[in-house]
Design a protein around this ligand. Structure first.
Ligand code: NAD
Ligand code: TYD
Length: 339
């Protein structure tokens, strides 16, 4: 089995590559990644010498380059993680989100049509469903929940999902889509809530909580997400969407307090800053379908996963220190100064 994994130098894609090389040692994995600010080749160092692994620096929007790679590798499957993934950046500059997330998805699927494929899998997000109100804890996102996006990021992901389903109906492309809730774990880029708070805590820097911090996210340990995708690409039904989430809803403020506690830092570091524009209130996945159809269940409890994650950041300063001392500094200044 030859699998192209796009965006494999990013957070979830790299965890997925490690998972696949371990669980399927006879598979060949080809990582295609543009290495944007969010892609980090050092993350893939542990597998660079694996004879079943190949890294190719390429933009998923580069049609010629993508077709050439298909001619070299004739993949059986494509799993598309490559995306601009940060909501705050999408609010500052939507264009690159439309380019990578929508045009890039179409380019990959065109290559799949041209050269043939057993499965094209689109890694999507629960954010395509918009948000749920805080006062209706009985409501969850199912696969039938209407698409109703809030941010340029989620709109671009929803646009891609619609294209994927259209390529299935129109051209018969064998696709699946997974829509997962917020992930956390090793190699998470420090612009996102959990790693940002851990690293700021370690530096005794203010912890910038947007608004009151009452927004709820449904957190899933990254390895559980990787297992879900592995199941879907092997046993999932073509043309179907699968929601992935572990019923682990937490308020942002409670997560930040927990990180302070685990690291022995005072809650006085918490600083409430101007809220995100269009900030989604609550995400909550109903994972009944993937549980009933594919037998998937999350394995890592949040209490354990967050401890493991904090420990990983403590043990792997070599990974994150070069990131936060580079252009990330300018990003942080721009996004958080005067907020
Ligand atoms: P990430 O930002 O950490 O990584 C994205 C990767 O894609 C990087 O390696 C980057 O270099 C690469 N990339 C970006 N543009 C590219 C392009 N044009 N061509 C080739 N490569 C490109 O993102 P992540 O958090 O790992 O998310 C991966 C996928 O999972 C995304 O599609 C995202 O929408 C989805 N998702 C993320 C979460 C989450 O909590 N992080 C939850 C659900 C779904
Ligand atoms: P984030 O990790 O950006 O993921 P998403 O917006 O895709 O859910 O943010 C998670 C939550 O944390 C979200 O409600 C916004 C909030 N947040 C903060 O309060 N402060 C921050 O500095 C960041 C990055 C996020």
């Amino acid at each position: 089995m030859n699998i192209i994994v796009t965006g494999g130098a990013g957070f979830i894609g790299s965890n997925f590559i490690f998972h696949m090389l371990k669980e399927h040692p006879d598979y060949r994995i080809i990582c295609l990644d543009k290495l944007t600010y969010a892609g980090n080749l050092s993350t893939l160092e542990p597998v660079m010498d694996n004879p079943n692994f190949r890294f190719v620096k390429l933009d998923i929007c580069d049609r010629e380059g993508v077709y050439k790679l298909f001619e070299e590798e004739y993949p059986d499957m494509v799993v598309n993680f490559a995306a601009e993934s940060h909501v705050d950046r999408s609010i500052e500059n939507p264009e690159v989100f439309l380019q990578t997330n929508i045009i890039g998805t179409a380019t990959l699927m065109d290559a799949c049509r041209k050269y043939g494929i057993q499965r094209y899998h689109q890694v999507s997000t629960d954010e395509v469903y918009g948000d749920l109100p805080l006062d209706r804890p009985d409501l969850f996102f199912t696969e039938e929940t209407p698409i109703h996006t809030s941010s340029p990021y989620s709109s671009s992901k929803a646009g891609a999902d619609l294209l994927v389903l259209a390529y299935h109906r129109t051209y018969g492309l064998p696709v699946t889509i997974s829509r997962c809730s917020n992930n956390y774990g090793p190699y998470h880029f420090p612009e996102k809530l959990i790693p940002l708070m851990i690293i700021n805590c370690l530096h005794d820097k203010p912890l910038p909580v947007y608004g009151e911090g009452l927004n709820v996210r449904d957190w899933l340990y990254v390895e559980d997400h990787c297992r879900a995708i592995d199941l879907i690409i092997h046993n999932g039904k073509v043309g179907e969407v699968y929601n992935v989430g572990g019923h682990n809803e937490m308020k942002n403020i409670d997560i930040v307090k927990l990180i302070c506690k685990e690291l022995g830092k005072p809650e006085t570091l918490i600083t409430h800053v101007t809220d995100r524009k269009g900030h989604d209130m609550r995400y909550a996945i109903d994972p009944t379908k993937i549980h009933n159809d594919l037998g998937w269940l999350p394995e890592t409890k949040f209490a354990d996963g967050i401890k493991k994650t904090i420990q990983w950041y403590l043990d792997n300063e070599d990974w994150w220190q070069p990131i936060v001392s580079g252009e990330y500094q300018d990003y942080y200044e721009k996004m958080y100064k005067n907020r």
